[in-house]
Design a protein around this ligand. Structure first.
Ligand code: FAD
Length: 459
C-alpha cells in the first residue's frame, strides 16, 4: 500500500460500521485519522448497537474487510446462511438455495461485534483516535472548522479539519452542511413500512430451534417476518409491516391484537418467541426510507459515504456491504490521485452514486420478492431456469441475486443486466411449467443477442 501523505489528517464523523472500517483503511495508508462519534464507546458501555442486531454480510462487504486485513478476526463470528427457508401458513418449510456453489452463501454477523472489531483494529494502527460522545452539529467550510457538542457535558467547541468524511448515517450532519453550500438534490423516500425486532432464544440445551444455516422467511404478501441466526443459538426475528391499515403497526396496539395476529399468520413461530408481547411493546419500531442525494462532496473539503450518502431499505441486505465498498473505493481512488482531493472526492462520487442508486432500487424490488414472490410457482421456475442458464452459459448469464450477493461487479451493471435477464426468463417460461419445457437453443440465441460477456469480479 502507498503512503500517499502522512502529513495530512483526515476527520471522520461517525464510528459506525463504515466510518470505523474506513479509519482502518486510511491508517493503513499512513494517514492520521480523527474520528468523532456521537455515542459512547460500545466496547465499554452496554448500548444497543443501533439498528438491526445482526446483518447479512456478502462477498462485496467481505472483500474490503479482507483488504483491511480483518477477515481473520471476522470469520469466527460468522454464521453461514445457504438459502432462504420459506415457512408457509401451515408451518411447512421449503428451502430455496441462494446459489449453486459451496461458496455461494451469505453470512449472519453481529453488528456490534463487527463494529468493535473495526474500532479495535483502527486504534491498533496507532494512527486513529476515536473521540466518543462527540456530536457534529455543523461544518463551516470557509474556516474549515466543525462544531462538536460533548453529549455528556453538553459543551460545544470548534475543531479544525483538513478533509472531512461524513459516515454519520442517514441523518448525516455532514450531508446537511454540503447541501447548504451547494444547490442540492435530496430525496428521502419513506417506504410506508416499518420494522420491529423480536427474539427466538436458544433451546433448553443451548441448541438452535430452527435451521441454523438459513435466512428464515414467513412471507405473507403485504408483510413478512424474517429471522437470522446469532452465534449464541438465538435468532433475531424482524417483522416488516405497513405503518397504517388493517394489518399495521398503528393497528396492533394491544397484546391481544398482537398475539391473535401472530397465531393466525405465524403460528409455528409463536411457541418459539416466549416474550412476544414484551418484545413487541418494548422494542422500538424502526422506520424505513431510501435516501438518494447529490452532491456527495464539496470541493476538496468534504465527502459523504455509507448511509449518509445512500440509505437503502434492508431487503437486499446490502446497506453495509455497499458502504464498505464505498470506503474501499475511496482509498483506491486516493492511490490513483495522491493528494488531489478535489479529484478524489469527485471521482468517488462519480463511481459510487450510480451504484448507490441502483442498490436502492433493487432493495425495494427485493421486498416484494421476499414477502410475496418466493411463494409463487412461476418465480421458482424462473429461479431454477436462471441457475440452469448460469450453468449452460456462465460467460453471459448470472442470476441477479448472485451478481449482487456473491460477486463484485458494480450494482448498476447487476441491475441493468438483471432486467435484461428477467425479460429473457419471462419469455422462456411464458408457456413453460417445468425446466423440461424450455427450448435451450432459443435461450442461447436470446442470451447471446441481448447480453454481453459478464465480468463478475473486476480487479
Ligand atoms: C433493520 C435493518 C436491517 C439491515 N440489514 C442489513 C444487512 O443484512 N446487510 C447490510 O449490508 N446492511 C443492512 N442494513 C443496513 C445497514 O445497517 C447500514 O447500511 C449500515 O449500518 C450503514 O453504516 P454507516 O456506518 O454508514 O451508518 P450507521 O451504521 O448509521 O453509523 C453512523 C454512525 O454515525 C454516528 N453519528 C450519527 N450522527 C452523528 C453526528 N452528528 N456526529 C457524530 N456521530 C454521528 C452514529 O452514532 C453511528 O455510530 C440494515 C438496516 C436495517 C435498518
Amino acid at each position: 500500500m502507498k503512503n500517499t501523505s502522512q502529513s495530512e489528517t483526515i476527520s471522520i464523523i461517525g464510528a459506525g460500521l463504515v466510518g470505523s472500517l474506513l479509519a482502518v483503511l486510511l491508517a493503513k495508508r499512513g494517514y492520521q485519522v480523527e474520528v468523532y462519534e456521537r455515542r459512547p464507546d460500545m466496547r465499554k458501555n452496554t448500548i444497543s448497537a443501533g439498528r438491526s442486531i445482526n446483518l447479512a454480510l456478502a462477498n462485496r462487504g467481505i472483500y474490503p474487510l479482507q483488504q483491511a486485513g480483518l477477515m481473520e478476526k471476522v470469520t469466527p463470528i460468522l454464521t453461514a446462511m445457504k438459502g432462504r427457508m420459506v415457512h408457509d401458513l401451515e408451518g411447512k418449510q421449503n428451502f430455496q438455495s441462494y446459489g449453486q456453489k459451496v461458496e455461494e452463501v451469505i453470512y449472519s454477523v453481529s453488528r456490534g461485534q463487527l463494529n468493535k472489531i473495526c474500532m479495535d483494529a483502527a486504534e491498533e494502527t496507532g494512527l486513529v483516535n476515536i473521540h466518543f460522545n462527540q456530536k457534529c452539529e455543523s461544518v463551516n467550510f470557509i474556516d474549515k472548522t466543525m462544531t462538536l457538542t460533548d453529549e455528556l457535558s453538553n459543551e460545544s467547541r470548534q475543531v479544525t479539519f483538513e478533509h472531512i468524511i461524513g459516515t454519520d448515517g442517514s441523518t448525516s450532519a455532514v450531508r446537511d452542511a454540503i447541501h447548504q453550500v451547494n444547490s442540492s438534490q435530496h430525496d428521502i423516500i419513506p417506504l410506508g413500512h416499518s420494522y420491529k425486532e423480536l427474539r427466538i432464544p436458544p433451546g433448553k440445551n443451548g441448541e438452535f430451534l430452527i435451521d441454523k444455516n438459513a435466512l428464515h422467511i414467513w412471507p405473507r404478501g403485504g408483510y413478512m417476518l424474517i429471522a437470522l441466526p446469532n452465534e449464541d443459538a438465538s435468532f433475531t426475528v424482524t417483522l416488516f409491516m405497513p405503518n397504517q391499515g388493517e394489518i399495521s403497526f398503528e393497528n396492533f396496539d394491544t397484546p391481544e391484537k398482537v398475539k391473535d395476529f401472530f397465531k393466525r399468520y405465524f403460528s409455528n413461530v409463536v411457541p418459539l418467541i416466549p416474550d412476544l408481547s414484551q418484545d413487541f411493546f418494548n422494542n422500538p419500531t424502526g422506520k424505513l426510507a431510501t435516501i438518494k442525494c447529490s452532491p456527495w462532496h464539496y470541493q476538496d473539503k468534504a465527502l459523504i459515504l455509507g448511509d449518509a450518502a445512500h440509505a437503502v431499505v434492508p431487503f437486499h441486505g446490502q446497506g453495509m456491504n455497499c458502504g464498505f465498498e464505498d470506503a474501499l473505493n475511496l482509498v483506491e481512488t486516493i492511490d490513483k490521485y495522491p493528494n488531489d482531493w478535489q479529484t478524489i472526492f469527485s471521482e468517488v462520487e462519480k463511481n459510487r452514486k450510480i451504484n448507490g442508486d441502483a442498490i436502492a432500487d433493487m432493495a425495494i424490488e427485493n421486498y416484494i420478492t421476499m414477502r410475496d414472490s418466493v411463494r409463487d410457482e412461476k418465480f421458482l421456475l424462473r429461479n431454477a431456469l436462471a441457475f440452469e442458464l448460469e450453468n449452460r452459459f456462465p460467460d453471459y448469464f448470472c442470476p441477479r441475486y448472485s451478481m449482487v450477493m456473491f460477486h463484485r461487479l458494480p450494482y448498476a451493471e447487476a441491475k441493468s443486466r438483471g432486467s435484461i435477464q428477467e425479460e429473457i426468463l419471462m419469455q422462456l417460461t411464458d408457456s413453460a411449467r417445468a425446466l423440461d419445457d424450455i427450448n435451450y437453443s432459443i435461450a442461447e440465441k436470446l442470451i447471446k443477442q441481448k447480453l454481453s460477456r459478464v465480468q463478475l469480479n473486476p480487479n
